[in-house]
Structures are given as C-alpha cells and as structure tokens.
Design a protein around this ligand. Structure first.
Ligand code: 13P
Length: 336
C-alpha cells in the first residue's frame, strides 16, 4: 500500500516530546495520537486531525504513525498469555474443584492473559464459574462446517456461543485424528469467521528435530495453516510452538532453543504474511513440559509470549505458580 501523491508529503514525521504527539512535517497539522495495547491489539484514537485527506490515505497515515512510533521506541509489549489445555481430563465435578482452588489466586493477576480449555461437556459450567474472574475459556477443537450431518462434531458458532477461544492443530489431533495443515486452515478460517480467538499449534516431531527439519516443518505448518488469513484477522491468532518431543515427556525445550524457533522462524514468517507491526504484536506461546520451575525462564525470553500448558495445568498449585511466574516476568519486561 502506498499513499496517493497528494497525501505522500504527510508521511514524513518527526517525533517530539512528549512522545505521543507527532508533528506532520508536510503541513502545519498536528496529530495527537493516543494508543493503548491489550490482548495483543492496538486501539488508537485521534484527538485532532486538522488536515483533510482522502479516507484511504488517512487510514494509512494513522497506521504509519503508529507503526513508526512503536517500532522506533520499542514500545510494543505483548501481553503474556498462559492457557491450560486440559486435554481429555477432568469431569465436570473435577473441573469445578480445580477452578475453585485456583480462581481466587488467578483473579488477582491482571497483567497476564489467562485461559483454560476443558473438554466440551465441562465448558458451560467452567464458563459459569470463570465469569468475572478474567479467565478465558476455550475449546480444544472445532469443526469447520456450520451445521449438518457430522456426528460427533461441534460447529464454530456453537463454540463461539460459549467460548472465547479455540485451539486448533494440536499435535495430538494431528497424530491420532488425521489433522493436516489443510484441515487446520479450514478450522482456523471457520473459527475466525465465528468471532473466536484461535491458538494455532505447530511443532516438529523428535525424528524431524533430529534430522534438522524443525524450521522446515514449522514453516510448512504455518504457511499452509495460515494460508489466506488477512492482517486484520491475525490480531485474533496466537501461535503455540509445541515441539512434539517435549509434550508430556518432562523434557522441555531450553528457553534459548525455543526462543530461536519463535524469533528466527515463526516471527519472520508472520512478518512476511502480516507485516512488521502485526507480526510484532502477535503472541507466540511455547508448549511442552512447562512447569512451575521452568516457566519464568521460558517467559523471560524475548519472543516467548506465554505458554500452552498441559499436565501442569491440571493442578491448581502448579498452574497458579506458572501464571504468577508469568506475571513477575511481565513486570520485569515492562521495566526494561
Ligand atoms: P504438557 O505441558 O503436558 O507437556 O503438554 C503440552 C501441551 O500439549 C499443551 O497443549
């Protein structure tokens, strides 16, 4: 996208103090820009815009101001997102007990986004219990068709009726239920269209890792899994890098290795598809044997923006400790 000739001069900016005020060099106009970030997205408001341009260029202008400002100042902060994937665990009664034990402590933490993904049947009662707690509720899978004769499946609108987010492409779905990059893409598109936030899982197997294929596998999974997704839709997507060999094995990737995949493989792919600013805003969770002991070290890495937690999310003390570790890291990252 490039601005039209008439508007092009307005695209040269000088940042003055205080930093959120910008003077447009191309005209005497002054743009007061305020923005706030939450949930990985940017919301902005223009206080005063004295010069007239076409709508298209005005949007470009605002986008360009925000982009330059945030990139120049390094002010992009991704809110850490920790989600518990309960997999096929917890009856409704057990889910209630678990939440009862951890919600009071989780509710105290507001600088981390928190979520739990129970089995479908427990979702309504979990949603009820999580109300007002700031804990999001998600499903572990979703089908792409809207309705019909698909025994055993659940449609996106049905999930969206009760859930905030959905997980797609988990390696267990790929391994046991024939999930492919193509079906991940179909689920993702349908879930986004229904208004859901989506966690898209990628990750290589042990054999692929040992053969040096990590980057190639993750690149393929993301390229095909995210095919046709627009920049606007990207704001609702979190990527979870879950090396298959680390899931449920007690062998987490080292923070450095995981961060290398996030920073050097996943984020550049996101940049290629969605642009620099959006790629900087998108969260990339790590998943695979996260515990209360290794969580802080993992979350402290530059491009690890939270975690998708399996086993350790099934116990109140370990999940709370992981979210507390995330909260502490979030404070430290802010102070940097
Ligand atoms: P574990 O934390 O049990 O290794 O599971 C990770 C995972 O698969 C989360 O989706």
């Amino acid at each position: 996208m490039v601005p039209c000739k008439r508007c092009a001069p307005f695209f040269v900016f000088k940042r003055i103090h205080p930093p959120k005020t910008l003077i447009c060099k191309g005209s005497p106009a002054q743009l007061q820009l305020y923005y706030s970030m939450d949930h990985g997205g940017i919301f902005y408001k223009i206080e005063s815009l004295f010069f007239k341009k076409c709508k298209f260029c005005q949007d470009l202008l605002v986008k360009s101001v925000i982009e330059n400002y945030l990139i120049e100042t390094g002010e992009i902060m991704r809110k850490i997102f920790v989600a518990g994937n309960w997999k096929m665990n917890k009856t409704i009664a057990e889910a209630q007990d678990l939440l009862e034990a951890m919600l009071p402590q989780l509710a105290e933490i507001d600088n981390v986004e928190k979520g739990v993904a129970p089995v479908y049947l427990a979702i309504p009662s979990v949603v009820e219990q999580c109300r007002e707690s700031g804990v999001k509720v998600g499903a572990q899978n979703v089908f792409w068709e809207a309705s019909g004769a698909y025994t055993g499946e659940v449609a996106p609108a049905m999930v969206a009726e009760v859930c905030d987010f959905v997980i797609v492409g988990h390696s267990e779905r790929r391994k046991y239920f024939g999930e492919t990059d193509e079906t991940v893409n179909k689920r993702l598109k349908a879930a986004l269209a229904a208004g859901l936030e989506v966690i898209v899982c990628v990750g290589e197997t042990l054999e692929e890792n040992e053969a040096g294929l990590t980057a190639a596998v993750v690149t393929r999974q993301l390229t095909e899994g995210l095919a046709g997704i627009t920049e606007a839709q990207a704001a609702k997507i979190t990527i979870a890098y879950e090396p298959v060999w680390a899931i449920g094995t007690g062998l987490a990737a080292t923070p450095e290795d995981a961060n290398r995949v996030h920073k050097d493989v996943i984020r550049p792919l996101l940049k290629q598809q969605f642009g620099k600013l959006t790629s900087q805003q998108m969260r990339i969770q790590y998943g695979g044997s996260i515990t209360a002991d290794n969580a802080a070290e993992l979350f402290a890495m530059s491009d690890i923006d939270g975690g998708l937690v399996g086993g350790a999310s099934l116990k109140a003390d370990s999940f709370v400790a992981i979210v507390q570790a995330a909260s502490k890291v979030a404070l430290e990252k802010k102070e940097l």
